[in-house]
Design a protein around this ligand. Structure first.
Ligand code: PLP
Length: 404
């Protein structure tokens, strides 16, 4: 019998594995258990575990827009110019200099990462180093654009080892893209000190490495200014670098998709060529960015009352995470007689737990506590009501384990 040959043009389409984080969220949604707890994806939930509420500052900005907005016509390809200027000042501070920075509004931080990766691959370099571990979408984006990647040691035997990290970076060949997170490192929650950042900046300069910052948590680590100090330190030392920025978390506007990219150069002569490349990449991917989210962000950055209110709401959220870090570290320490102070000292939404694959599965299947495959938990999804259940579940899977 002759084998039947499929006539479908899609018969050989390859299946791509589900995204590690969104895939788990799909599983979570289908889980019928009422007491299930989702510590997987990076959103700051409310105290009662409900979905993040819209900031009052955002609501007020939207009310103002409803009254004053006159048109929904296209934005320029690079986005709203005032939004870019204000975001440039917010991220780069005194180093926002229009003649040597190309800025563009992007569809969240992810599009900034993607556009910049495309730009780097097309024009500058096809080799990159990423931290081990990192946010799972980082390697996915590099793979998609065809940038060869390697992993630099960051989280080794349950801690950040600066010497190993630095030694590894110092062996990278010139023009290697080095992806860095200025604050609230995803997934470890452990950041470099400013002194360590200074050493890395000098190393990148000396060895011709290409710093590529992913700044998705400005204001949620140590505070708005401190969280971008590493980027500004690089610029202060005359380095060129690329930056992807996101407001998804800091303005709690996740679904509105608002972010920005910046390319900071030494020589103003390079500016037009860089800008033309970025514009072409945006034009051929999504043409131009959405207006509403940038208009809201612009108001939060410029309107004195809304700016003050937003910063207050952001700081409250940051402090809630700090409290949850402290509480979890204390509760686990008390129950297991192990030092969990690294959770307390960490920064931002995430921490890594020393859990084996089977323990992570047991957490999910037996205890309905969902965490990522890396062992990452989102502290901004913990609250006074669910924390005991999470501690109980962790103690149960860790019982008798040598991992601690
Ligand atoms: C490290 C990191 N970079 C970038 C992003 C992208 O954020 P956005 O939702 O704005 O695309 C995230 C989101 O989770 C993140 O954790």
């Amino acid at each position: 019998m002759e084998q039947e040959v499929s006539r479908s043009i899609f018969a050989r389409v390859r299946e791509v594995p589900a995204d590690p984080i969104f895939g788990l969220n799909d599983l979570f949604r289908l889980d019928p258990r009422k007491d299930r707890i989702n510590l997987t994806y990076g959103v700051c939930l409310e105290e009662d575990g409900s979905a993040p509420k819209i900031f009052t500052a955002v609501k007020k900005a939207e009310e103002l827009l409803l009254k004053t907005e006159k048109t929904k016509t296209y934005l320029p390809i690079l986005g709203d110019e005032e939004y870019i200027r204000q975001t440039g000042k917010f991220v780069l501070g005194p180093y926002w200099k229009e003649e040597i920075v190309v800025g563009a509004q992007t569809v969240g931080g992810t599009a900034a990462l993607r556009i910049l990766s495309d730009f780097l691959k097309n024009e500058i370099s096809s080799e990159a180093a990423l931290s081990n571990y990192t946010w799972p979408n980082h390697p996915q984006i590099f793979d998609r654009v065809g940038i060869k990647r390697e992993a630099y040691p960051y989280w080794v035997d349950g801690k950040f080892d600066f010497d190993r990290f630095y030694r590894y970076l110092s062996k990278l060949s010139r023009k290697t893209i080095v992806q860095l997170q200025p604050t609230s490192h995803n997934p470890t929650g452990v950041d470099l000190t400013l002194e360590e950042w200074r050493e890395v900046a000098l190393l990148c300069d000396r060895n011709g490495l290409i710093p590529f910052f992913d700044s998705a948590y400005q204001g949620l680590g140590q505070g708005i200014e401190k969280d971008v100090a590493p980027i500004r330190l690089f610029l202060e030392n005359g380095l060129e670098c690329l930056i992807a920025h996101s407001y998804s978390k800091s303005m709690a506007v996740y679904a509105e998709r608002v972010g920005a990219l910046f390319v900071c150069m030494r020589d103003a002569k390079d500016r037009e060529r860089i800008s033309s490349n970025i514009a072409s990449l945006i034009r051929t991917q999504y043409s131009n960015p959405p207006k509403h989210s940038a208009s809201v962000a612009k108001l939060l950055l410029t309107h004195p009352d809304l700016n003050e209110l937003w910063k207050k709401e952001l700081e409250e959220m940051r402090l809630r995470i700090v409290t949850m870090r402290h509480t979890l570290a204390q509760k686990l320490g008390k129950r297991l007689h192990v030092d969990f102070s690294y959770i307390d000292k960490g920064c931002g939404l995430f921490s890594l737990l020393h859990l084996s694959k089977s323990q992570i599965i047991a957490l999910r299947e037996k205890h309905a506590v969902y965490i990522t495959e890396q062992g990452r938990i989102n502290l901004a999804a913990l609250n006074p009501t669910n924390i005991e259940a999470v501690v109980d579940a962790l103690c149960s899977v860790w019982q008798g384990s040598k991992a601690l």
